[in-house]
Ligand binder design. Structure first.
Ligand code: 9MR
Length: 326
C-alpha cells in the first residue's frame, strides 16, 4: 500500500487495538477497503452480520455466511474480534416481530440464540457486546420486547447464558450517548452497579462515541471511563465516528476531526482503555450516509479513511497520538 508503517503495528507496540466495523459486501467486493482493513487495523467487529435479523432471516435456520466471512478474515489477519450484538431492540428478524410468543417462549428463544451464536464463535470471538442500548436517552430502562417479557433481569440472563457457553470470552454492555459524565452515563453506571451486585458475569462497558454534532469533552470521557473502571470493569470505545452539523461545519473540518480523534486516543491511553473501534473502514461505507436523515444533517466523512481508503488527517492524528507513548 505504501512505505509508511501501518497503524496496527504502531498500535501493537503500545498494547493498543485500533479497529473498524466491517461490512461483508464491501469486504468481498472492494479491494482498497479490504487492503486498508488488513494492513492498518488490528481489531474488527462485524457491523451488521452478527445481529439477529441478518443471522436469522428465516425462522428455524441461521445464515452464518457473512459473519463467518468477516470473522475468518479477522482471524487470518491476526485481529482481535468483537462480536456485535446478541440482545438489541433493533434489527430483529421480520418473522420474529410477527411471532405471538409467550414470555417463557421468548426466554427460551433468547437462551438458545445466545448459546448457538456464542458457542459457534467460542474460539474466534474475543469479546461480545452481549446487550446493546438497554438504557433510554432519559436514563430509564428502555422498554424493549426483552424488557417487557423478563424485566431488567433479561440482562442478567443474557450474560449468564453467554458465560456458561463460553467462560473465556469477555462480555460487554454497550451503549451510545454515555461517553462523558452525563445523565445517561449515570444511569448506565447505576445499571452496572446493580448487575455487579447481583453477581452477573460482566467484564466491561463499550462506549460507542458517535460524535455527531456534539463532541463529548475528552476530560469528561476520561473521568467517566475511570469511574466504570473503579467498579472493576474494563472500558472500550466501540463505534467511534466524528461528524459536524452540515449547515454549520467548522472552518477546517478535517483538521478539527483529526484533533478530536487525537484527543480521544490520548484520553484512552491515559486511563488504560486499550481499544478504539471506528464505525466503518472508510467514509464511503459509513452508516451516516446510509441513514438519509443523518446524511442531510451531518458532514458525511466521519472516519479515518476517505472514500477510496486513503489516509486522512484523522488517521495521522491517531497514529501520532499512539507514537508519542513509545
Ligand atoms: O451501522 C449499522 C447500520 O448499517 C444498520 O443499518 C443500523 C441498524 O439500526 O445499525 C448500525 O449500527 C448501529 C450499531 O449496531 C449500534 N449502535 C449504533 C450504530 C449506528 O446506528
Amino acid at each position: 500500500m505504501s512505505n509508511e508503517r501501518p497503524l496496527r503495528e504502531i498500535a501493537h507496540e503500545c498494547g493498543f487495538k485500533v479497529g473498524a466495523a466491517v461490512d461483508s459486501d464491501l469486504l468481498r467486493n472492494d479491494v482498497s477497503y479490504r487492503d486498508a482493513l488488513r494492513y492498518e487495523f488490528n481489531a474488527l467487529t462485524p457491523e451488521n452480520a452478527l445481529k439477529m435479523g441478518p443471522l436469522r432471516p428465516i425462522r428455524g435456520t441461521y445464515d452464518f455466511a457473512d459473519a463467518d466471512a468477516i470473522v475468518n478474515f479477522g482471524r487470518k489477519h491476526g485481529m482481535t474480534i468483537r462480536g456485535h450484538t446478541l440482545v438489541w431492540h433493533n434489527q430483529t428478524p421480520a418473522w420474529f416481530q410477527a411471532w405471538d410468543y409467550t414470555d417463557e417462549q421468548l426466554r427460551r428463544f433468547l437462551r438458545d440464540h445466545i448459546h448457538t451464536v456464542v458457542g459457534r464463535y467460542r474460539s474466534k470471538i474475543d469479546t461480545w457486546d452481549v446487550v446493546n442500548e438497554a438504557v433510554s436517552d432519559d436514563g430509564t430502562m428502555r422498554e424493549t420486547v426483552w424488557y417487557d417479557a423478563m424485566g431488567e433481569r433479561y440482562i442478567d440472563r443474557a450474560f449468564e447464558w453467554a458465560n456458561e457457553i463460553s467462560p473465556e470470552t469477555d462480555l460487554y454492555y454497550n451503549d451510545y450517548g454515555a461517553d462523558a459524565v452525563n445523565k445517561k452515563s449515570d444511569a448506565v453506571y447505576e445499571l452496572m452497579e446493580r448487575l455487579l451486585d447481583r453477581g452477573v458475569p460482566i467484564d466491561g462497558v463499550g462506549f460507542q462515541l458517535h460524535a455527531l454534532g456534539d463532541r463529548p469533552n475528552p476530560e469528561s470521557v476520561g473521568e467517566n471511563f475511570r469511574r466504570f473502571q473503579d467498579l472493576g470493569l474494563d472500558v472500550q470505545i466501540t463505534e467511534m465516528d466524528v461528524a459536524f452539523p452540515a449547515d454549520d461545519p467548522p472552518e477546517n473540518p478535517l483538521e478539527k476531526q483529526a484533533e478530536y480523534y487525537g484527543d480521544i486516543v490520548r484520553t484512552c491511553l491515559a486511563v488504560d482503555c486499550n481499544m478504539l473501534i471506528t464505525w466503518g473502514v472508510n467514509d464511503a461505507g459509513s452508516w451516516v450516509r446510509e441513514f438519509k436523515d443523518f446524511a442531510s444533517r451531518y458532514t458525511v466523512d466521519p472516519l479515518l479513511f476517505d472514500d477510496h481508503s486513503n489516509r486522512k488527517p484523522a488517521y495521522r492524528a491517531v497514529r501520532d497520538a499512539l507514537r508519542r507513548v513509545k
